[in-house]
Write a protein that binds this ligand. Structure first.
Ligand code: PGA
Length: 231
């Protein structure tokens, strides 16, 4: 089955890249490749207003309440944003998000009509101990899975480090992840971790890598263009 490729730009806590909202922006979605952007909360309105397919980097499961500093999935959905990242390793690490919290976030995203991108991946130590599959299985199976969910396999040791796993090892992991999913042929599994204009094509050559979640390289429009073109 042909799954449409998705390139997701995770801009983290950075300002909008130059030219991102211009008519000829490289961040616009294309007929044959989905291109979605995930700016900081401060810039969500702006990218959506300018016609970029926009999602949030995280959201809270509760619809409202006394949660200073947080924004709910419901609020994100009310503004008609498209998608939300759940369980990014930086949220797990710096905000102590657990599998249980992430499961509730994914459920809230689905309930409010957002497309969740669920991140899963092992740390360097877990990788060295040969525990990658066990960790990823645990992270994915703690979520009540739905065919609308997109999975991002992001080995923590590859994020922002310039180190990448071998594309054939990623392909193996994606096949393993696919075996855990309710609609394996239909669901998209994208890879994240130091994807750049040079290595993107080697990942997309693998039949089970359906796109990329891109951090650092998504802040550089020319680099990002090469990644989208490779897809
Ligand atoms: P990176 O980040 O592309 O800078 O490694 C990926 C991510 O954090 O999603």
């Amino acid at each position: 089955m042909q799954r449409k490729r998705l390139i997701a730009a995770n801009w983290k806590m950075h300002i909008l890249p130059a030219g991102s909202c211009t008519p000829d922006s490289v961040y616009r979605t294309r007929a044959n490749v989905d291109v979605w952007v995930f700016p900081s909360y401060m810039d969500l309105h702006s990218t959506q207003y300018h016609g970029l397919v926009t999602g949030a980097q995280c959201g809270r499961a509760e619809d409202d309440g006394a949660f200073t500093g947080d924004i709910s999935m419901q609020m994100i959905a009310d503004q008609r944003y498209h998608a939300v990242i759940c369980g990014h390793s930086e949220r797990r690490r710096y905000h102590n998000e657990t599998d249980e919290m992430i499961a509730r976030q994914v459920a809230a995203a689905l309930r409010t009509g957002l497309i969740p991108i669920l991140c899963a991946g092992e740390t360097a130590d877990q990788h060295d101990r040969g525990e990658a599959e066990d960790i990823v299985r645990k992270q994915i199976s703690s979520v009540r899975m739905d065919p609308a969910v997109i999975i991002a396999y992001e080995p923590v040791w590859a994020i922002g480090t310039g180190k990448t796993p071998n594309p054939s090892d990623v392909e193996k992991m994606h096949l393993f992840i696919r075996s855990l999913l309710p609609a394996p042929e239909k669901m998209r599994i994208i890879y994240g971790g130091s994807v750049n204009g040079k290595n993107a094509a080697s990942f997309f050559a693998q039949p089970n890598i359906d796109g990329a979640l891109v951090g650092g390289s998504s802040l550089k429009p020319d680099e990002f263009r090469s990644i989208v073109e490779a897809a």
